[in-house]
Design a binder for this molecule. Structure first.
Ligand code: ADP
Ligand code: MG
Length: 595
């Protein structure tokens, strides 16, 4: 209709209502697969098979061995708002099933050529089926089938050509389905999964009790070797899963596998909590791999807020956020890769502990994971040989590299400390190391209540823009807790009176400038705790040892001594690695001394 015309108000025909509603739930093939597979899971299936033609645009077939649907209820299942999963609002509050709106099948059936066939325990080996096309329902028909349900969705969006135009290349649609099935496979271990495309089996895994086994089935051993188990039982919620090594990074968060009570989510709050948990271990725009299963009282979470149920709302989101990020922080602080570097989850007993196994933790550089990953694969082949000889060799120390046991060889380009361990050449970025040490010390002092400061003999004056000055005034109390004392001195001039002891030799002008810049980026200054990590990292960056500074042997040894006792000693607070470790075996290979 033309805008500005007066027209009669009328109720839309049912057919049209169905198609409009379908638009919310069914965006593309992957949304259909999600709804159908969730129905199979709700039906208690232990075997689910998904078959697609042309990325699901031509056909989607989902078969399960769940409880099935009675013949008398088949047509009801295709009605909007018909569901077997809830009967009252209270049910919705304590929901244990994935579905509850009773609209998926109806919506899908109205935008495709659809069939639903199902056998229950009682009817098997006979199943009953129904077809729907252009909104018209067929007669009930009979066919042979074991217990379970088969849904076929052909020619998706044949009745809504506008929506069809939005489909991407079928390879793209297919890749979304692939990602979804992998994500669901990580959550439902008791199900054996099959995924087919164009008549070929693309992914398959048997039921298992063990998440670790499933991770390896889904992503392979190399991927598994970068993940470390994580579990935390809190009174409000339980967490379980795997945290990826901070260097094993992706450029987006598609490898965040987060589930609440078995529901796979892409929830902003939870994703943010994860990143916060990794905080200073990551470089900017780098995302770790995380598998996180959250179990909590269903009353604490509203799942009915998103059309595709990808996001949820928490009764107390802030609390959940901080519980999760703190639990992750705590686990990462243990630097599990240090203890388990010789025993990552992918290695079975018989191939664990070869002496020359490259340390995956240092093999990956965040910028070139792909290539490095390949290198890792190759070298794994070679250390299987080493494993054969390991009986003859001294057992490596689990717990691996200790900074204390390193022998300093010298300084390279006044930037790196060169050192040797029993098995490798080690390069340490002196600035990054010093920064990490300072950061952890500042953090410890802050946690104790206050960062100890040192008065300046002659206070220094600094000028700021008007808005900066306002921020500084607002923040002055908070800054005191960070060890920075300032006094107002004229409209936008401040005197710096004291600085943290640890930064006594810093360039104060730069330090203050950057702190003010950081303050400008925060919404609320009263919540200093939220930003303290970032602020401290900014401050630590101003410590005295920088690149290009000559260090004496004693100073270098001292730096290593301090690193030894420092949490997260392998990364600077901005996430860059502090050290690179090159196994002698790799060197020998480079010189062709060994193959
Ligand atoms: P919802 O899942 O929200 O209940 P759906 O439209 O997805 O709504 O499904 C409607 C009903 O059909 C379900 O409540 C369930 O009783 C039945 N159903 C759908 N798929 C299956 C299946 N694979 N196995 C058993 N029952 C199913
Ligand atoms: Mg459903």
């Amino acid at each position: 209709m033309e805008r500005g015309q007066v027209k009669k108000i009328q109720v839309l025909p049912k057919e049209l209502v169905h198609k409009i509603a379908a638009g919310e739930v069914v965006e593309r093939p992957v949304s259909v697969v999600k709804e159908l597979v969730e129905n199979s899971l709700d039906a208690g299936a232990t075997k689910i098979s998904v078959k697609l033609l042309r990325g699901g645009t031509e056909e989607i077939l989902v078969e399960d061995n769940g409880v099935g649907i009675k013949a008398s209820e088949l047509s009801l299942a295709l009605k909007r708002h018909a569901t077997s999963k809830i009967v009252s609002l209270e049910d919705l509050e304590t929901i244990h099933t994935l579905g509850f709106r009773g609209e998926a099948l109806a919506s899908i059936a109205h935008v495709s050529r659809f069939s639903l066939e199902s056998a229950t325990e009682e009817s098997a080996p006979i199943a009953y089926g129904l077809k729907m096309q252009e909104g018209l329902l067929s007669q009930l028909y009979e066919l042979p089938r074991e217990r379970g349900t088969t849904v076929r969705v052909a020619e998706l969006f044949c009745t809504t050509p506008a929506r069809k135009k939005f489909l991407k290349r079928y390879e793209t649609e297919w890749s979304h389905v692939f990602d979804l099935i992998q994500a669901l496979a990580l959550a439902y271990l008791d199900v054996s999964w099959e995924l087919w495309h164009e008549g070929k089996l693309k992914f398959q895994c048997p039921a298992t009790k063990d998440l670790k086994t499933r991770v390896i089935d889904v992503f392979g051993k190399d991927y598994g070797s970068q993940l470390y188990p994580f579990s935390e039982g809190l009174s409000e919620l339980e967490l379980e899963g795997f945290l990826g090594h901070p260097n094993f990074c992706k450029s987006n968060n598609r490898h965040f596998f987060v589930y609440i009570n078995g529901r796979y989510l892409q929830d902003k709050l939870l994703n943010h909590a994860i990143l916060q948990g990794y905080q200073s271990l990551l470089m900017q725009r780098q995302y770790p791999v995380v598998i996180l299963k959250i179990t909590l009282d269903p009353r604490q979470v509203d799942v009915n807020v998103h059309p595709a149920k990808r996001e949820v709302r928490f009764a107390n989101g802030q609390a959940i956020h901080s519980l999760i990020s703190r639990a992750i922080q705590k686990r990462l602080k243990e630097a599990p890769w240090r203890q388990e570097v010789f025993n990552p989850i992918s290695l079975e007993a018989e191939e664990a502990l070869p002496l020359q196994m490259p340390r995956p933790s240092f093999q990956y550089s965040p910028s070139s994971t792909k290539q490095e990953g390949l290198a890792f694969k190759e070298s794994r082949a070679s250390y299987t040989q080493a494993a054969v000889q390991q009986e003859l060799l001294p057992k490596p120390q689990v717990g691996t590299l200790s900074f204390l046991s390193l022998r300093v060889i010298g300084q390279l380009k006044q930037t790196y400390i060169l050192a040797e361990s029993e098995e490798s050449l080690v390069l340490i970025d002196q600035h990054a190391a010093h920064e990490r040490i300072g950061y952890e010390k500042l953090k410890a002092e802050f946690a104790m209540g206050r960062i100890s400061s040192q008065r300046l003999l002659t206070p220094a004056a600094f000028h700021f823009s008007f808005s900066q000055a306002v921020r500084l005034k607002e923040a002055s109390e908070a800054l005191e807790r960070l060890g920075i004392e300032i006094d107002e001195f004229g409209p936008s001039t401040f005197m710096l009176k004291a600085v943290p002891k640890l930064l006594a030799e810093a360039n104060f002008e730069k330090l203050l400038e950057e702190v003010v810049e950081a303050l400008e980026g925060y919404d609320r200054l009263d919540a200093l705790e939220e930003h303290v990590d970032h602020l401290l990292a900014t401050m630590a960056c101003h410590r005295q040892i920088r690149a290009g500074q000559k260090l004496e042997q004693e100073e270098m040894q001292d730096l290593l001594r301090q690193l030894e006792g420092t949490p997260h000693g392998y990364h600077c607070p901005h996430g860059r690695p502090v050290m690179v470790d090159i196994p002698f075996r790799e060197l020998e290979k480079s010189f062709k001394r060994v193959l």
